[in-house]
Design a protein around this ligand. Structure first.
Ligand code: FES
Ligand code: FE2
Length: 597
């Protein structure tokens, strides 16, 4: 039904993956529909749930004991907002570990690894075995707990620890302990033994992204489940990756809340302005059980009046959104907010653009097919436009140089990601979201600010927020969906943000640290600046001085000009290089990021 409706609106149809009818999913639907506007069915669902004895599952402590999620043996601080037993929705069994999480685009992994990754608070490594398959194993060596990320992949395609050379195969078994050679007892205890085995996790590569299933004992289940990827995406989309210092919960919530855009991101994009905002019409939300949520809504400011938006939450961490404009133009985004650790997400994003059937303008003043992604996301996270590269004389020369100097390709890609580093929109979001995480939510959960309460408009379990307008519906429905599934990947009240605000502008942590391209670009910029400073400028100054001394005053202007140009270029390059390390402006001057006009 929804597919048909969307097709009517000119959007490519999307299979919504309705859940199979089984008691678990039924209870999942009941949990959320309990708070919807369908009183009769709701009452029936609650009665069925109660009749089946699920009421006793309302206890948060019991939920945590039943949970097969991460850190299940740790007694977590119980969030006050969910501490009232009777207020909790019926629990749906949902294992946050038995899910596919994207972790990196394959083209960012240029060697065989090992590449360190964080997922659900764990340290893991990705590396390629001799068959060319990406392996994901524990990132801590069982011997003396060294980081396996500093190890190396041997010519046999095995992972060797850097500390004492213990070596592991693709199944995680220890195949070599150099210091045990000739000592049969030690070898018998360690080589191929359970105590020295690394846990291994299923991996998949879909649309250029490597996905990891962070549960080591359900390989069969993993093979039967597909990672969530929007089907409109090209085979190898242009993914960008950015680690953000705010939690999975608040980042996903903000992605269900378009009404913040004209306020928080005022003037960062064309026509984003508070004075252009208007109250939203009600959303149409559909609960897809364990397959997430889908929603349709209209515009929220004058510039996108008449636009139809479609949003889909694909568990465990995807938001697939498309905006269909009155002229048929479609702009789509695929976001993943990967819960790397409490209080941090890895954002993996891409976007696509479908031109209008005819090249006509629309009433928001932007010319139909002339509008490109690079203009839509001016200072945002999407790198590159949709233009095909023209074969010109310059590009022919460039490709010849690249053949001789392959590093140039990497530098070029890194320089393109500089735009990503400027991420004004991301900085605006992170500034607000990290406060929500580390201050706002804590203040309500601890009772210091106010008591949690249920939304009077949408129902649902008690929440820290005040959700009473149409624009708040998707946040409310998402929170209810998550509450019915144990409170998210880390459980209730465990998404402690340990970064605070200090990490918001840290570009090294957020991107350059794991991007070989960005590192190559940074080295190129710094190296060129050094060369200008130490060689070119002094040489030009010497030539200028010699000219003056020899009375060649008429030509002394040239080297003087070259020295001045060198000084200017050097300072520009340094400023550019700084962008790969920090979002704060380099000195002189105050290290303050200007977020708003
Ligand atoms: S810590 Fe890894 S081999 Fe010793
Ligand atoms: Fe935002």
């Amino acid at each position: 039904m929804l597919t048909a409706n969307l097709a009517e609106h000119g959007r490519p149809s999307v299979p919504l993956g309705h859940p199979a009818i089984n008691p678990q999913v039924f209870l999942g639907r009941a949990a959320v529909s309990k708070f919807s506007h369908e009183p009769q069915r709701d009452r029936l669902c609650v009665l069925v749930a109660a009749g089946l004895g699920f009421k006793k599952c309302y206890s948060i402590k019991r939920w945590q004991r039943r949970s097969v999620g991460v850190e299940q043996d740790v007694e977590a601080p119980v969030s006050k907002s969910f501490s009232t037993e009777d207020a909790l929705p019926p629990r749906v069994d949902f294992n946050w570990e038995k899910q596919w999480y994207p972790i990196l685009p394959e083209d960012m992994l240029r060697t065989s690894g090992p590449e360190p990754i964080r997922l659900l608070g764990r340290d893991l490594v990705l590396w390629k075995d001799s068959a060319g398959k990406w392996r994901c194993t524990d990132g801590i060596c069982p011997h003396r707990l060294a980081p396996l990320a500093h190890g190396r992949v041997t010519s046999e395609g095995q992972l060797m620890c850097r500390f004492h050379g213990w070596t592991f195969n693709g199944d995680g078994s220890c195949v070599k302990v150099p210091m045990a050679e000739g000592d049969a007892t030690a070898e018998a205890k360690l080589v191929g033994a359970a105590c020295s085995k690394l846990r291994t996790y299923p991996t998949r590569s879909v649309k250029g992204l490597i996905f990891v299933w962070p549960h080591s004992e359900s390989w069969d289940e993993a093979s039967k489940k597909e990672p969530f990827v929007a089907e409109e995406l090209a085979e190898s989309p242009n993914w960008s990756v950015f680690d953000a210092p705010a939690s999975w919960r608040v980042w996903l919530e903000q992605s269900w809340d378009p009404s913040h855009a004209p306020f928080l991101h005022q003037y960062a994009l064309p026509n984003f302005a508070p004075e252009l905002a208007y109250a939203m019409e009600p959303f149409e939300v559909e609960d897809l059980g364990d397959d997430g949520l889908s929603a349709r809504h209209g515009g929220y400011m004058q510039s996108n009046k008449g636009m139809k938006a479609y949003r889909r939450f694909g568990p465990p961490c995807a938001n697939s959104t498309s905006y269909v404009y009155p002229d048929g133009r479609t702009i789509g985004f695929n976001f993943y907010f990967v819960p790397t650790e409490p209080g941090k997400v890895r954002q993996i994003t891409t976007s696509y653009f479908v031109p209008a059937p005819t090249d006509k303008g629309d009433d928001n003043g932007l010319s139909g097919n002339m509008m490109q992604m690079s203009k839509v996301v001016l200072k945002g996270r999407t790198v590159g436009g949709i233009d095909k590269e023209r074969v010109s004389f310059a590009s022919a020369v460039k490709s010849r140089i690249k053949k001789r100097w392959p590093k140039l390709d990497q530098i070029e890609r890194g320089l393109k990601s500089w735009k990503l580093m400027q991420g004004l929109i991301g900085d605006q979001d992170n500034t607000i979201l990290s406060f929500q995480d580390s201050v706002g939510l804590r203040a309500v959960q601890s009772g210091r600010f106010r008591e949690p309460r249920s939304s009077q408009k949408f129902g649902g379990p008690p929440t820290e927020y005040l959700l009473e307008t149409n624009a708040d519906e998707l946040v409310s429905r998402f929170d209810s969906w998550v509450a019915a599934r144990g409170g998210g990947p880390f459980g209730f009240g465990r998404e402690e943000n340990q970064t605070g605000f200090s990490g918001v502008f840290d570009r090294w942590e957020a991107h350059t640290r794991f991007s070989k391209d960005a590192q190559a670009a940074l080295a190129f910029l710094s190296g060129t600046a050094d060369f200008l400073e130490s060689r070119v400028v002094p040489a030009c100054a010497v030539v200028a001085a010699l000219c003056m001394t020899c009375g060649l005053t008429r030509i002394s202007g040239l080297p003087t000009l070259a020295a001045a140009a060198g000084i200017f270029a050097k300072s520009r390059l340094r400023k550019h290089a700084q962008g790969f390390l920090s979002g704060l402006p380099p000195g002189p001057g105050l290290p303050l990021r200007k977020l708003w006009e």
